[in-house]
Design a protein around this ligand. Sequence first.
Ligand code: ATP
Length: 346
Amino acid sequence: MGALRLSGIGRSFGDFAAVSDLSLDVADGEFVTLLGPSGCGKTTTLRMVAGFISPDRGEIAFDGERINAVPPHRRDTGMVFQSYALFPHMIVADNVGFGLRMRGMPAEPRRERIAESLAMVNLVGLERRRPGELSGGQQQRVALARAIAIRPQILLFDEPLSNLDARLREKVRLEIRELQRRLGITTLYVTHDQAEALAMSDRIVVMDAGRIEQVGTPDEIYRSPATRFVADFVGAANIVDGHSLGEGVFKTKVGTLRTLDRNVPAGKPVTLIWRAEDMQRAGAGTPDIHDARVSGVVYHGGFVEVIVEVAGELLRAQLPSDTPPRVGDRIGFVVPAERVRLVGGS
Ligand code: ATP
C-alpha cells in the first residue's frame, strides 16, 4: 500500500509563498509527475513529502495516516536526486546497502537485497567500484538501486535525468518506468521537461507559481489544456484570442475557425488553441487562415516546422518535409474543427 494524499499544503519562505494550498491524491502504484517551470514549487512539494521541510499549512497522509510530524527516515520513501548524492568513498554495494544497514538488516539478507537491486538496474559486476569510477548513467542507476533497495512505499524523483545526455535520458526514463511498474511503487516525479512528463506519467500535475494549474493524464493535458499557461507550457501550441459568432464559429485575428463545441453564445470572448501538427496546408478549398507569410522553416527529418506570420501573430505548423514552403511564401491553412479547442472550455 502506498497511497499519498496532500490536503491544502502550503509553504512560505519569509513572505514568499513557494507552494500555496496544494491538494493532490496519488493512488497506490500510480506514477504522478509534477511539471512546471523553474521556481514553480515542484521541489518544495517533493521535499515536504520526503519530510526534509515541513508544510506551514495542510496535511500530508500516507495510506490515510497523517505524517506531517514523522521525520524523513521513518517515512518509508526512497529518493533519487538530480545530483545522485552517492557517497563517494563507498563502493557501489555499500551505497546501495546503506539504507538497509541503517534499518538494521543483517548482513546476509542485505547482501541478497543489494544483489537483487543491482540486477534490476543492470549493474551486475560493478559492485566493488566507487562512484568516481562510473559513468553518469551508471551513477544514476546506483542511486535508483539505492532508492528501491529499501522497498519504499513511495519513490520520489527530483529531476533525476537532467545530468544525462539526450539519448541516455530517453533510455533511462523507459527503464525507470518499467521498473516502477514491475515493483508497483507509488511514485512522485519532478521535472521541468514536458516530453519526459508526457512519456512517463500516469498523470501529470502542471504547476505555476506555487499552485496547480491542471491535473490530468498526459493526453488530457496535451489535448485539453485547462488554462493558457498549460497550453503554452506543454507542447507547441497556437493560442489565439477571439470571440464567438455562434454555432461553433469563432472570429480571430488570424481567421475564422470552427470547433465541435457549438454552444458558446455569440459575442463571448474566447481563447482558442490548436497544435502545430493540426495545421494543414490548404489545397483547392477555402482556407481557414489566409495569406500566412512564411518567416521560418526548420528541418526535422520527417517534417518541417514552419513559422508563419498572420495579422501580426506568429503561428507554428508542422508540414511534410518533401515539399516544404520557402521563407517569404504566402500560404493558406485549414485547421479541422475537431482539432481546435477552447482553452479551459471558455
Ligand atoms: P527548479 O526546477 O528550479 O528546481 P522548482 O519548481 O523545483 O524549481 P522550488 O525549488 O520548489 O522550485 O522553489 C520554489 C520557490 O521557492 C523558488 O522561488 C525558490 O527560490 C523558493 N525557495 C525554495 N527553497 C527556499 C528556501 N530554502 N529559502 C527561500 N526560498 C526558497
